[in-house]
Ligand binder design. Structure first.
Ligand SMILES: Cc1cc2nc3c(=O)[nH]c(=O)nc-3n(C[C@H](O)[C@H](O)[C@H](O)COP(=O)(O)OP(=O)(O)OC[C@H]3O[C@@H](n4cnc5c(N)ncnc54)[C@H](O)[C@@H]3O)c2cc1C
Ligand SMILES: *[C@@H]1O[C@H](CO)[C@@H](O)[C@H](O)[C@H]1NC(C)=O
Ligand SMILES: *[C@@H]1O[C@H](CO)[C@@H](O)[C@H](O)[C@H]1NC(C)=O
Ligand SMILES: *[C@@H]1O[C@H](CO)[C@@H](O)[C@H](O)[C@H]1NC(C)=O
Length: 749
């Protein structure tokens, strides 16, 4: 328990460090608007300065200091503007620079008087601070004159109101209605931006915290029969139909009911938070009301899109803290990753379409299309769309190698484009870029840990042994691992060196060190010896001690054995390469197992409520259930039963697995064979199909006490098991409930 809590502490430290790193890395403002970054605060002060767009007499030098504050389209929106006087080295303009404003005594006095009359609620200190930030130092390094000093200079109450067309060559009064119309705008703008970050945080935080809370619910003392029923109705079955692991029409996979609830939550939350909480007042005549509404929606969806990026990347990670803190599977997070990525793309598209609509329907936007922020933004949105389209399973599986590189490259490009988009438009002041930095930290962390995991084992060699035309075995000496590992084969083919695939470790093997690495570990004359030295993973306590050496040593060398089914991609290239005397170079990334997690339950243990284990494996899926068979230790608990039903197309795979486990059951010509592997009752179906529904009904109904069902195999098979188990659990027979817990080890990802 001590190590448990220290691990949790370490994790939180990691999370904190990550956040700190994200914050430190971000060069601009830290935090988000309303959370560390102020925006239009105080509103009264910003309303005063917004009211003061009046012509000023500026020197040409002052006008050259900074780009003009207002842009072309604001100019265009203005009514026919009078021609203002200008002279040698000076010019009266209604587009003054901050430098010009900071030098102009009339401007300063008018502003100061407005602040004095409208900002009663603010302390003088706050206004001083705002004043300094709003105005600027003059080129000679002096000024701006402090607020209180300027205020003292106003001897009598200004009487003349400002006039938008007259040069400000007197101390003016900001009329109440002018101030008010700007106040409405500024207040609305500030509120909208605050809500944008507030809602973003709600989505991101709840997206991470809800899975953790849901996982913790399991530790409450619910009766096992309730849990069974709840899972059978609300969690395990597919939302509609009978397919979950099998893609539907090559378009996507049907979520389970539990997954659907969370996906629905994310959809509803995103739609609601994109629709509510706007302050759509259009106070000044700056823009039409319909444009104001459109802009507010576009800004909201834009910010939400940015905020979702780190969460989308977090869900996809192999090394993410949600996998460690929840009992949700990687498959579930990948499913949520895809849905949330789709939502994120929708936000980006909506944002872009609404701004496009504003641009084509309003005057003065022609230049916008050529501005850098605009085309970076377009690039980002197009990137999002491409990412989603090419992730459709039909496309992804057909061109997996291209999909993989493209995914990484396009995500990187989208992040860069999105970064440029906001930096060019707003500099770093508003913190939108911080979402992207967060995403980079999360992604970088996953990549670093992945690299750490394969560097830990170093460069290894895999030895190939064919089993039959479908299956082969890979032995990788010098590695110890359990659970599953990702294999990288840098030399397998030009186009696949970046690919890596997950495989379950079928066994840890022990090899007397004398074997030269140049001979396959399962060479014929050594077979006997390997057999004797091969132990199933569960029974070895030494699995974690690394003996990372390829050299010939006298000590025992551990290794791992994998059983692989040849598909059409990398697994086929491997089979085509076949047996290589020197082995195939490989990097082993792993292991990914239950020990890396706190709440995952991928290895069941017998308990009072669940004393029985029922494993159902299809083909090479046997590797996914072996750990469960080995760990489910019923010694001293004679009540429980341990059964394995395994369907395999041919005998060689069965023989290979049995040999590895040190049993010799022989070949049964009937194709149906019952045998015992140690304390496990095994029923083999070789070459004929299991009647899954029938056997589950028989097994689960007759069981005393609860049963853990572990299944792994082809997607159609695991789908059938999923639906059959849920159906049995839902309906009592003769008033006797079936108490069952289901674990589906998925080979799809
Ligand atoms: C945890 C885990 C353990 C596994 N253990 C084993 C094992 O012990 N033995 C074994 O034979 N297989 C195992 N698999 C399956 C194995 O990873 C795949 O069979 C292998 O990746 C197929 O490679 P391929 O290129 O030959 O496939 P192809 O048939 O060419 O398939 C095309 C590509 O699509 C990818 N792909 C397939 N399904 C998906 C999907 N749903 N989402 C994204 N990409 C997908 C594959 O990686 C593949 O490269 C395991 C899978 C997982 C997730
Ligand atoms: C503007 O200021 C300059 C001095 O900087 C002055 O010479 C000029 O007369 C002023 N113009 C007006 C219209 O006040
Ligand atoms: C502003 O000044 C112009 C003359 O420059 C005048 O015609 C107009 O009435 C003034 N407007 C207000 C609101 O005082
Ligand atoms: C201010 O400028 C106007 C011209 O826009 C001029 O008529 C007026 O005399 C000036 N007043 C002062 C005080 O300079």
């Amino acid at each position: 328990m001590a190590s448990h809590s220290s691990r949790i502490a370490a994790l939180f430290l990691w999370a904190l460090l990550g956040t700190a790193a994200a914050d430190a890395l971000s060069p601009g403002a830290h935090g988000f608007i309303g959370y560390g970054i102020t925006y239009f605060a105080p509103v009264c002060a910003h309303s005063c300065s917004a009211s003061l767009y009046v012509p000023l007499n500026c020197t040409t030098d002052d006008l050259a200091v900074l780009p003009q504050y207002r842009r072309k389209r604001d100019e265009a929106a203005e009514p026919a503007k009078p021609v203002y006087p200008s002279g040698d080295g000076w010019e009266v303009t209604n587009l003054p620079t901050t430098t010009c404003q900071s030098r102009n005594e009339f401007y300063l006095q008018t502003l100061a008087y407005c602040l004095k009359t409208h900002c009663d609620a603010q302390s003088v200190g706050d206004i001083e601070k705002w004043w300094e930030a709003e105005l600027t130092k003059l080129p000679d390094g002096t000024g701006p004159r402090p607020y209180s000093e300027v205020l003292v200079g106003i001897t009598e109450k200004p009487a003349r109101p400002i006039n938008a067309t007259e040069p400000l060559n007197f101390t003016a009064l900001v009329p109440e209605e002018v101030y008010h119309s700007h106040y409405v705008d500024v207040h609305g703008g500030a509120t909208n931006e605050m809500r944008n970050s507030q809602y973003s945080l709600i989505i991101v935080v709840s997206g991470a915290v809800i899975p953790i809370l849901m996982s913790l619910l399991r530790f409450l003392p619910w009766p096992a029969s309730w849990v069974t029923k709840f899972h059978a109705y609300f969690i395990d079955p597919p939302l509609f139909g009978s397919k979950h692991s099998t893609p539907i029409w090559g378009l996507g996979i049907m979520p389970t009911r539990g997954q659907a609830v969370f996906v629905a939550y994310l959809w509803i939350l995103n739609i609601v938070l994109a629709c509510v909480g706007y302050e759509n007042n259009s106070g000044s005549s700056y823009d039409t009301l319909s444009n104001t509404i459109k802009r507010n929606i576009a800004n909201r969806t834009g910010v939400l899109c940015y905020a979702l990026v780190p969460l989308v990347i977090l869900y996809a990670g192999r090394n993410n803290f949600l996998l460690w803190l929840t009992n949700w599977s990687h498959t579930t997070f990948l499913l949520v990753h895809r849905w949330l990525a789709f939502i994120c793309m929708m936000h980006a598209v909506l944002h872009s379409l609404v701004y496009l609509n504003i641009a084509v329907t309003s005057e003065g936007w022609e230049d916008e299309f050529t501005l850098p922020y605009w085309y970076w933004g377009c690039g980002g949105t197009i990137g999002f769309v491409v990412l989603v389209i090419k992730s459709i399973p039909a496309i992804r599986q057909r061109i997996y190698e291209i999909f993989l590189v493209a995914h990484i490259v396009i995500v990187a490009l989208v992040i860069v484009a999105s970064y440029k988009h906001v930096i060019i438009k707003y500099s770093e002041a508003f913190g939108f870029q911080n979402w992207l930095w967060m995403a980079c930290v999360i992604w970088g962390f996953d990549r670093l840990v992945r690299m750490g995991r394969w560097l830990r084992h170093g460069f290894k060699r895999a030895y190939f042994t064919p089993i039959d035309e479908d299956y082969y075995r890979l032995d990788i000496p010098g590695v110890s691992a359990d659970g599953h590992v990702y294999l990288h084969f840098p030399t397998i083919s030009t186009w696949r060196f970046w690919e890596n695939h997950p495989f379950s470790v079928a066994a840890v093997t022990y090899q007397a060190g004398a074997s030269a690495p140049s001979t396959p570990i399962i060479s014929a004359e050594k077979e006997k010896q390997v057999e004797a030295n091969t132990a199933a993973i569960g029974s070895s306590s030494a699995t974690d001690t690394d003996t990372d050496s390829d050299s010939v040593t006298s000590q025992r060398d551990t290794g791992i054995a994998l059983f692989i089914r040849g598909h059409s991609g990398l697994t086929k290239s491997l089979a085509a390469k076949g047996f290589q005397p020197g082995g195939i170079p490989v990097f082993v990334e792993g292991s990914y197992n239950h020990r890396a997690t706190f709440l995952q339950e991928d290895i069941p243990e017998p308990s009072h409520d669940f004393p029985n284990l029922l494993c159902i494996a299809g083909g090479v899926g046997i590797t996914g259930v072996l750990p469960a068979l080995d760990r489910f230790n019923t010694a001293g608990k004679p009540l429980g039963t341990k059964k394995l039903f395994w369907g395999s197309r041919t005998w060689p795979l069965v023989r290979e697995v049995e040999r590895m486990r040190g049993v010799d059951g022989g070949v049964d010509q009937s194709g149906l064979s019952e045998r015992r592997w140690g304390d496990v009752d095994v029923t083999l179906y070789v070459g004929n199909r299991m009647d899954l529904t029938g056997l589950l009904k028989k097994e689960l109904r007759q069981q005393v006490g609860g049963t853990v069902v572990v299944t792994c195999g082809p997607s159609t098979m695991v789908d059938e098991v999923r639906c059959a188990v849920s159906a049995l659990a839902r309906h009592n027979e003769n008033g006797k409930p079936v108490v069952v817990k289901m674990m589906v080890e998925s080979f799809t990802w």
